[in-house]
Design a protein around this ligand. Sequence first.
Ligand code: ZN
Length: 59
Amino acid sequence: MQHCSEFRTAISAGIDGEDLPPGVTGAALDAHLRGCAECHAWGERARRLRVLAAGLGMD
Ligand SMILES: [Zn+2]
């Protein structure tokens, strides 16, 4: 069982268009997001903040 923080690193890498960290596959990330409401909400929030930051020219 992997820790939420590993998946959150992977989520943020995905949002930034970076490679997933070693040890986290896309399939494992999807499975975790289906079962973990906290990470799902965290991902949604991170994506919104990213869009917001891009809109403000903070890229
Ligand atoms: Zn989680």
